[in-house]
Design a protein around this ligand. Structure first.
Ligand SMILES: Nc1nc2c(ncn2[C@@H]2O[C@H](COP(=O)(O)OP(=O)(O)OP(=O)(O)O)[C@@H](O)[C@H]2O)c(=O)[nH]1
Ligand SMILES: [Mg+2]
Length: 309
């Protein structure tokens, strides 16, 4: 088994000197649908999704390879301005650094929902020639007229080089978005093998799947106070044995995570195991433990130790 996630792709050799390849940042305030869009564009779940804001904590590359172009999407944490803890500072830093490093920027805003967070990000955008306005979740809009007036107000403030309304859920206009991105990709050899889907190792994705299940099930009570660390990963011929540890901030978080008779933990482990097995395409044995580690999310040093940038 390999250490990165791969798919079979059909590809032919591009002619020398015309292959395009570049990095495309996916940025926006929390919860606008950046990770859903990244996954839909590359056709695989490399980034976790929830209805809750601030699901994504890391920069994650999702790679789409075509015969003549390779798109390296960079999903980022939602840029937010309300809280100032170490975790949020780290997440905002990821967004700012990403903006400086990429060839194309997708500024994602949610159809019909402009907020002060969007306004603040607008002021940080790099040059307009490489910036595309992506209006997400258009399946939720009641009328097309609403879309027109919504977009008009935004483009008055910033001369985006293209505007593409999309629905990642309903697969609407993703082809149009890809062709707009492609026009702006530089000529480059591919950066990744054609069958690579992400730069992140499978262990990272597995830990993220577990975090997603926790976030979805008990996120109301434990929104930002846990993280998941893979402690053991044993690859047998037809099975992978995984032990994962959920770090929580306080002793009082444990019963919340466990639920009555351990019901929450069972559900989290079972749903995550199912998805990890699909990802690895083999059977998976998953054990999940809980440990208390005070203040893990408030110290830059512990964040770095846990793999945060
Ligand atoms: N109706 C509809 N919902 C969507 C669409 N795309 C995303 N969503 C929902 O919007 C919510 C947030 O999606 P995410 O992809 O996690 O958003 P995000 O911008 O990555 O959020 P953060 O990582 O927290 O910044 C989830 O409940 C998604 O199911 C869409 O095209 N249509
Ligand atoms: Mg996200």
């Amino acid at each position: 088994m390999t250490d990165s996630i791969q798919v079979d792709v059909l590809s032919s050799e591009p002619s020398a000197g015309t292959h395009q390849c570049g990095f495309i940042a996916v940025i926006g305030r929390p919860n606008v649908g950046k990770s859903t869009l990244t996954n839909a564009l590359i056709g695989a779940k490399v980034s976790i999704v929830s209805r809750r804001a601030q699901t994504t904590r890391h920069r994650i590359h999702g790679v789409l390879s075509q015969p003549d172009a390779q798109f390296v999407f960079v999903d980022t944490p939602g840029f937010q301005t309300r809280h100032g803890g170490a975790m949020n500072k780290m997440m905002n830093r990821v967004v700012t650094q990403t903006l400086a490093d990429v060839d194309v920027v997708l500024f994602v805003v949610e159809a019909g929902k402009w907020s002060p967070g969007d306004q603040q990000l607008l002021a940080m955008l790099p040059d307009p020639a490489r910036t595309i306005l992506v209006v997400s979740k258009i399946d939720e809009l009641k009328s097309k007229n609403d879309l027109f007036s919504f977009v008009s107000k935004i483009v008055e403030q910033y001369p985006f080089s293209a505007v593409v309304p999309v629905s990642a859920d309903k697969n609407k206009q993703l082809d149009v978005l890809l062709s707009e991105v492609k026009k702006r990709l530089p000529v480059n050899e591919p950066f990744f093998e054609a069958d690579t889907l992400t730069d992140r190792p499978v262990r990272f994705i597995a830990a993220e799947y577990i975090r997603e299940k926790i976030f979805r099930l008990v996120g109301d009570e434990l929104p930002y106070s846990c993280t998941v660390v893979i402690e053991e990963w044993e690859e047998l011929p037809n099975r992978v044995n995984i032990a994962a540890c959920v770090l929580v901030e306080r002793e009082s978080h444990k019963p919340i995570l466990l639920g009555a008779g351990g019901a929450h933990m069972k559900r989290i482990a079972s749903e995550a195991r199912h998805e990890i097995a699909q990802l690895l395409d083999c059977s998976v044995h998953l054990e999940v433990y809980i440990k208390v580690r005070k203040g893990w999310g408030n110290r830059e040093s512990s964040l770095r130790e846990l793999g945060y940038e």
